[in-house]
Design a binder for this molecule. Structure first.
Ligand code: ADP
Length: 587
């Protein structure tokens, strides 16, 4: 978070009038909406959220116990902003972009911080800057003027800030600089450093949104295969407690083929976030072999951190995502969970005694949610390049009831819906994404990509799988009434094929070294192997072979081993030829 540099220029301090949890009112404060203020003797960070006459209401991002009326409030005169520049990757921040490791150093504990400010990026570290434009060239806002090797896998692009005028470069440096040193000057008098600030509640500018046509490949079969999300798309994962939201979000953060991942842990239990913080630094990017953290920025705002910081962490996250998008990267932002964010809004709203809407949530809940998801998309950038932000929000409806306001309002906005299902989770079917309830509105627009990059008949093969699963759904109702054996043999066979679809294809073990990530080619071939079984089996049935005999061929259960097979291409080749041979031998 930015530190106010110019506090003197602002008028007199205000005086605290009342304190109610995270909400503090002050009198005599000369402030504008969304100004950042320092509250009380300890200087706790807060933000102005309401001004009525002489009374200013502030939400405070830190615990307010011990803060008393009469203490001063100091205005920084600046909106809540993030520091942008090299050094954000590999970092772990709290909800107002204070690096947790630095807080820990200053405070001895990451969770007991009060009145400590720390910049979001390191102002002392020097970075190797190599210009990509020369003196005399004209640059405009958003243009890249040079590069910094930020981490093992990501090159940071230094841009003309979007709120600059631009002009001719009169001087540009090469070498090692801190983020605050001037590396280029323009004839407009503007000076460029590697550091930008941006107010979190305002989207960074872009030219226009485009229709996304590439999938964000997740390596999860049910997602890539049935319910894909586009690069620049939006998805929601609602599910009751224990149904696999967090595991799904972690899988996406680990394996999604985004250039940059921003992971916002919002209000979930501290130990879950600890898991992320401990787990992630150990992981390798399957494509580059480099540490995954070198493309990741974590924002951790656990349930024991103050509620107002939980409200802001989503904005901090999306602003950081936009900054990397502006460099032309594909960014994926995961928010776990947007329900905790909405609850933070509800708590603050009730302290403000606003008129409550549905289930006590503020009336502006829907607007806030859509403002947030609106910041996702595939963008034509102001510098003419393209970049994208995909947003995936977990929703934790109390009791798993999808009719509650946060789930409902989210569903109206997002285009991909991965419905987690407590029954599936209970049966240990993971990922417990319900294939009947989930949907993706991107399927068709992504088909050309899958045709071109995986297999020409990708959509047809998928449709075959969908049809079998649909048919199983209908047959299950009959089975429940009369039992499986009462069904005609062809329907019994369909049930068997559907079982393999569920168990061998849809199920995927996040904790198995090989199965945890499944490339689209493997997803396609696994489905193909099950279809081979299906086609051979129906031919045999038609030739008069009893269904039991077909089901009992030795090779069939091998279908369940495809996911964990290391040399999957070879494994599937052999399996398909065994299936053909063994089933054909029956007649
Ligand atoms: P939630 O966040 O919805 O409360 P979690 O994501 O923590 O639920 O999942 C609960 C448990 O379910 C996990 O601890 C894990 O044992 C199991 N689980 C969920 N998804 C998978 C998966 N894809 N593979 C294996 N186990 C899973």
């Amino acid at each position: 978070m930015s530190q106010a540099e110019d506090i003197e220029s602002v008028d007199e301090d205000g005086v605290i009038e009342s304190v109610s949890g995270p909400v503090v009112t002050a009198t005599d404060l000369d402030a504008r909406m969304n100004d950042v203020v320092y509250v009380g003797d300890e200087g706790l960070m807060g933000e102005v959220i309401e001004i009525e006459g002489n009374l200013t209401t502030i939400q405070v991002y830190e615990e307010t116990s011990g803060v008393a009326p009469g203490e001063p409030v100091e205005n920084t005169g600046e909106p809540l902003s993030v520091d942008l520049g090299p050094g954000m990757l590999n970092a772990i921040y709290d909800g107002v972009q204070r690096p947790l490791d630095e807080l820990e150093e200053k405070m001895g504990s990451a969770f007991l911080d009060r009145g400590v400010d720390a910049p979001g990026i390191d102002f002392e570290r020097e970075w190797e800057f190599t210009p990509s434009v020369a003196e005399g060239e004209i640059v405009e806002p958003g243009d890249v003027i040079g590069k910094v090797p930020e981490t093992a896998s990501i090159t940071h692009k230094v841009m003309v800030p979007p709120n600059y005028e631009g002009g001719e470069i009169t001087s540009i440096e090469t070498g090692e600089f801190t983020v605050d040193e001037v590396i280029a000057e323009l004839d407009s008098g503007e000076e460029i450093t590697m550091h930008q600030e941006w107010p979190v509640r305002r989207a960074r500018p872009s030219d226009e949104k485009e229709t996304p046509t590439e999938p964000l490949v997740s390596g999860q079969r049910i997602l890539d295969g049935l319910f894909p999300i586009a690069k620049g798309g939006t998805a929601a994962i609602p599910g009751p407690f224990g149904s696999g939201k967090t595991v799904t979000q972690h899988q996406l953060a680990k394996w999604a083929d985004a250039d940059i991942v921003v992971y916002v842990g919002c209000g979930e239990r501290g130990n879950e976030m600890t898991e992320v913080i401990e787990d992630f630094p150990e992981l390798e990017d399957p494509k580059t072999g480099k540490p995954l953290m070198s493309r990741t920025c974590l924002i951790a705002n656990t349930s024991n951190m103050p509620v107002a910081a939980r409200e802001s962490c989503i904005y901090t996250g999306i602003t950081i995502a936009e900054y990397f998008r502006d460099m032309g990267y594909d960014v994926a932002l995961m928010a776990d969970s947007t329900s905790r964010w909405a609850e933070a809004m509800r708590e603050i709203s009730s302290r403000l005694e606003e008129m409550p809407g549905e289930e006590g949530y503020p009336a502006y809940l829907a607007a806030r949610l859509s403002e947030f998801y609106e910041r996702a998309g595939k963008f034509q950038l102001i510098n003419g390049e393209e970049g994208s932000i995909s947003v995936i929000g977990a929703v934790s409806p109390p009791g798993g009831d999808f009719s509650e306001p946060v789930t409902q309002n989210t569903l109206r906005i997002v285009k991909t819906f991965w419905a987690l299902d407590a029954d599936l989770a209970e049966r240990r079917h993971f990922p417990s994404i319900n294939w009947n309830e989930s949907y993706s509105l991107y399927r068709q627009q992504l088909d050309p990509w899958f045709r071109e990059n995986v297999a020409e008949d990708w959509p047809e093969r998928r449709q075959w799988g969908v049809d079998v699963l649909d048919e199983e759904g209908e047959l299950q109702e009959i089975v429940q009434l009369v039992g499986k054996d009462a069904l005609p043999e062809d329907q019994q066979l369909t049930l068997e094929v559907a079982r393999y679809l569920r168990e061998a294809w849809l199920q995927q073990n996040a904790f198995h070294d090989v199965d945890t990530y499944c490339e689209p080619e493997k997803t396609y071939r696994m489905l193909g192997a099950i279809k081979t079984f299906n086609d051979e089996a129906f031919d045999a049935l038609e030739a008069g072979v009893p269904v039991e005999e077909i089901q009992d061929v030795d090779a069939a259960p091998q279908l369940n081993r495809m996911g964990v097979a290391d040399d999957w291409n070879e494994f599937i080749d052999e399996l398909e030829s065994d299936l053909k041979e063994q089933i054909r031998a029956l007649y």
